[in-house]
Write a new protein. Structure first.
Length: 256
């Protein structure tokens, strides 16, 4: 029997391929390249005195992995268009933020333990519903406009959509094996003192910004040139993630 009801699952808004590219950008910035600049072994002065670029990168990644929570600010270009995300995520299962894929439309996301809530603006919904029968599309718009779609965070499709909420998995993708990151100048990132580490891979240039006061957190990664230029910024380390369940009247429960 044909089901004429509105779509039974939320639009595939947080595409796995787009979200994975966040980890790919971080991995490329810190990952395997040609070799190490041995000249850095001449006991450089300043922040992290005596440490080479690769050694600083390793300490920074380790410190960042040990954070109980952080906020990601993502802004870069993929083959599918712009990808922007602002997401606070913690190892306690809480996550909250926004994501936009393509030129228009925004999705909001809240995750608390085993439950996830997604809300899509009209532009996002209309983009996802292209090609659907007009009556069905209009019914879905009316049903979901301004409402949160609740789903089980362990659902296979939801798991793909919630990749930015999996802090352990995201940070595990950042490695420093064989990096040739070179020490650069000192600067500031959002008011925090930082040391720049740079490296080049083909047409892409990567810059890591490492905090020089307190724990050596990774504050930002920039990619210029290459196929997918962009920036990932890290902030709010170890701060509790504010994630509040939407009001029951604003939640749409997916049918079984």
């Amino acid at each position: 029997m044909r089901d004429d009801s509105p779509r039974r699952r939320p639009p595939a808004a947080l595409r796995s391929t787009a979200l994975c590219s966040v980890a790919v950008l971080a991995l490329t910035a810190c990952g395997p390249v040609i070799g190490e600049d041995r000249a850095e072994r001449t006991a450089p002065a300043g922040p992290f005195a005596g440490l080479s670029g690769p050694e600083i990168a390793e300490r920074s990644v380790q410190a960042t992995k040990e954070a109980s929570s952080l906020t990601l600010d993502v802004d870069f270009t993929t083959e599918d268009g712009p990808l922007k995300a602002y997401m606070a995520t913690g190892k306690d299962g809480k996550c909250a933020g926004t994501l936009s894929v393509g030129a228009t439309g925004t999705a909001e996301l809240i995750k608390i333990g085993g439950a996830a809530y997604l809300r899509f603006d009209e532009a996002f919904l209309r983009e996802e519903l292209k090609g659907e029968p007009a009556a069905e599309a209009q019914a879905t718009l009316k049903l979901l406009k301004g409402r949160w779609v609740r789903t089980d965070a362990s659902d296979e499709e939801a798991a793909e959509e919630l990749e930015l909420c999996d802090l352990d998995r995201l940070l595990d993708d950042i490695e420093t094996n064989d990096t040739e990151a070179r020490r650069g100048r000192q600067t500031t990132v959002d008011g925090r003192k930082a040391l720049m580490l740079t490296e080049t891979d083909g047409e892409a240039t990567y810059t890591m910004y490492v905090a020089t006061e307190g724990k050596p957190y990774l504050l930002r990664i920039d990619q210029k040139g290459g196929d997918e230029p962009g920036t990932i910024a890290f902030s709010d380390f170890d701060k509790p993630v504010v994630a509040k369940k939407p009001a029951d009247t604003d939640i749409f429960e997916l049918p079984e």
